[in-house]
Design a protein around this ligand. Structure first.
Ligand code: FAD
Length: 455
C-alpha cells in the first residue's frame, strides 16, 4: 500500500475524478482536485436538461464501494427495457433482463456530478479548485501548469503523481502525444448527436411510459429518450454528419417536416425541437485508444481520458467507475506509483478495448437490428437459454449490464460464441417452438463452461 506524503493531484472533477478522489481519500490520502469549469453545484438551471446516462451494475457496484449510492438513489429513474417505436406508431417492449433486479437507471449527468462533487467536498483532505485548467506538462521537470482562470495566474503542480480524469479531450493525453511519450489515436464516427427535450405534462407527469428507454430506430439514424425524475425526458437525436438526412442537410426550416415524417408519434410531445435543433451544438462521437496510459511514476490517465468509447452500450461512465474501483485496489496492492499504473493498465486495457468494440457493435444493433424479427427471436431465445442454463448462458447484454463480476473481455469472447450459436439455432426457425433445444444443450455444455457469478 502506498503512503503518499504530499497531496495527489487529480485533473477533472467529472464523474471519474470526483469518485476517484473519494475512494483515494478513504486510504487517508490527501487530494487536490482541479476542475476547469465552475462548481456544478451552482448550475441549478440546467439540472433537468443535461445529457442523461444509463447507470448499470458496474457503476452501481462502484458507488456502493465508495459509500455514496444512498445519496445518489433519489436521482435515479429505473428502466426495465427498451420500448421500440416503429414508424407506423406500433411499439414493442424488449425487457433488458428477466430477473426483477435486471434493470438499469437513468440519471442526469449533471445531477450525478453535483452529488459526487458535494460528497468529495465534504471529505477532510480533499480540496477542490474550480475554474482551474490544466494547460501544460513538463515531464522532464515533473511539473504541470494549471491556470487559475479567474485570477489569470499559472500554478506549478508537482506530478507526485498527477492523475488525469479530464475526459475524452484530455489535455494530459495531448501533452503526452505531443512530447512523443505515448501512442494514441481517436476514431471518430461519421455520426454526431444533439440533445433535445420532451417536457413533462401540465401536472408534472411523464407523457411517455416512464420506466423504459424509448428508441425510434430508423436505419441510418435514431432518436432515444431517457426519463427524468421531474416528469420530462432527455432525448438524443443521432444523425450522420453529412448526406441526405444529416446534421449538414437539415436546418430550422426542414427539421419540423423531418420529425413529423420520421418520428410522428413523438413530434407533438417535443414543442421545442425546432429551436433546440437550431441552438444545440452537434456532439462528437468516437473512441479513444492510448498506449500506455501513464508516464513513469509521474502521471496516469483514468476514465474517458484513457479510453473514451461511443455511447451505444450505455457503459462509458460505468466503465470509468469500474476503473476507479480497480485503480483503488491497485493502490492497496502496490508500493510504488509506477507499479500501480502498470498493474492497473494490464488489468483494464483488455477490458476497455472489449467494451469499446461492443459499444460500436451496439450502435448497429440499436439503429437497425432491434427492429428485425430474427433479432427479436434470437433475443427471446437467449433469455430462454439463460433460464435453462443459468450458469452457462447469459445474454451478452446482461453480462455487460448486470454482472460486474464478469470482465468485459470475457463478455466479448463468450458473446461471440453465443451469437454464432443463436444464429445456428434460429437459421430455420421462426419461433421458439421450432428451436432444437437438445442441440442447444449439447453446444452449450461443450462451448460455454459455467461462470462464477456474484449472488
Ligand atoms: C451522448 C452521450 C451519452 C452517454 N450515455 C452514457 C450512458 O448511458 N451510460 C454511461 O455509462 N456512459 C454514457 N456516456 C459516457 C459518459 O458520459 C462518459 O464516459 C463519462 O462522462 C466520462 O467521465 P469522465 O469523468 O472520465 O470524463 P468527463 O465526463 O468528460 O469529465 C471530465 C472533466 O474534466 C474537466 N476537464 C477537462 N479538461 C480539463 C482541464 N484541462 N483542466 C481541468 N479540468 C478539465 C471537464 O470540465 C470535466 O468536468 C455517454 C456519453 C455521451 C457523449
Amino acid at each position: 500500500m502506498i503512503i503518499n506524503p504530499t497531496p495527489i493531484s487529480i485533473i477533472g472533477a467529472g464523474p471519474t475524478g470526483a469518485l476517484l478522489a473519494i475512494l483515494l481519500q478513504r486510504h487517508g490520502m490527501r487530494v487536490n482536485l482541479y476542475e476547469k469549469r465552475p462548481d456544478p453545484r451552482k448550475d441549478l438551471e440546467n439540472s433537468g436538461r443535461s445529457v442523461n446516462l444509463a447507470l448499470a451494475d458496474r457503476g452501481l457496484h462502484a458507488l456502493i464501494q465508495a459509500g455514496v449510492l444512498a445519496e445518489i438513489s433519489p436521482a435515479l429513474m429505473p428502466m426495465r427495457g427498451r420500448l421500440i417505436h416503429h414508424l407506423d406508431g406500433t411499439t414493442i417492449l424488449q425487457p433488458y433482463g428477466q430477473k426483477p433486479d435486471e434493470i438499469i437507471h437513468s440519471v442526469s449527468r449533471l445531477r450525478l456530478n453535483q452529488i459526487l462533487v458535494e460528497v468529495a467536498a465534504r471529505q477532510p483532505g480533499i480540496e477542490i479548485y474550480f475554474e482551474h485548467s490544466l494547460e501544460d506538462a513538463d515531464f522532464r521537470m515533473g511539473i504541470a501548469q494549471v491556470r487559475a482562470l479567474g485570477q489569470k495566474r499559472i500554478i506549478d503542480v508537482r506530478m507526485q503523481p498527477l492523475l488525469a480524469t479530464d475526459g475524452a479531450g484530455s489535455t494530459l493525453r495531448k501533452q503526452l502525444i505531443r512530447q512523443k511519450l505515448i501512442d494514441a489515436h481517436e476514431i471518430e464516427l461519421d455520426h454526431g448527436y444533439k440533445e433535445l427535450s420532451i417536457p413533462a405534462g401540465t401536472s408534472g407527469e411523464h407523457l411517455l411510459t416512464p420506466d423504459v428507454l424509448h428508441i425510434w430506430p430508423r436505419g441510418s439514424h435514431m432518436l432515444i429518450a431517457l426519463p427524468n425524475t421531474d416528469g420530462s425526458f432527455t432525448a438524443t437525436l443521432f444523425l450522420p454528419k453529412n448526406g441526405a438526412a444529416s446534421f449538414a442537410s437539415l436546418n430550422a426550416a426542414t427539421i419540423d417536416r423531418f420529425f413529423a415524417d420520421t418520428f410522428p408519434d413523438v413530434r407533438a410531445l417535443m414543442p421545442n425541437c425546432v429551436r433546440e435543433f437550431s441552438e444545440h451544438a452537434v456532439g462528437f462521437l468516437g473512441s479513444v485508444y492510448a498506449n500506455p496510459w501513464h508516464y513513469q511514476s509521474m502521471a496516469a490517465m483514468i476514465g474517458d481520458a484513457a479510453h473514451a468509447i461511443v455511447p451505444f452500450h450505455g457503459q462509458g461512465m460505468n466503465c470509468c467507475f469500474e476503473d476507479c474501483v480497480e485503480f483503488n485496489s491497485c493502490v492497496r496492492r502496490n508500493n510504488t506509483w509506477e507499479a500501480v499504473f502498470l498493474e492497473f493498465e494490464s488489468i483494464r486495457k483488455p477490458n476497455t478495448d472489449a467494451i469499446a468494440t461492443m459499444a460500436l457493435e451496439n450502435y448497429l444493433e440499436m439503429r437497425e437490428h432491434v427492429a428485425h424479427a430474427k433479432f427479436q427471436l434470437q433475443q427471446s431465445l437467449a433469455l430462454e437459454l439463460e433460464k435453462r442454463y443459468p450458469q452457462n448462458f447469459i445474454p451478452r447484454y446482461s453480462m455487460v449490464m448486470f454482472h460486474h463480476e464478469i470482465p468485459y473481455s470475457v463478455a466479448l469472447n463468450r458473446g461471440l460464441i453465443q451469437s454464432k450459436l443463436l444464429a445456428k439455432l434460429t437459421l430455420n426457425a421462426n419461433s421458439l417452438a421450432e428451436v432444437d433445444f437438445a442441440e442447444a444443450g449439447r453446444e452449450i455444455n461443450s462451448q460455454l463452461p459455467p461462470l462464477a457469478l456474484a449472488l
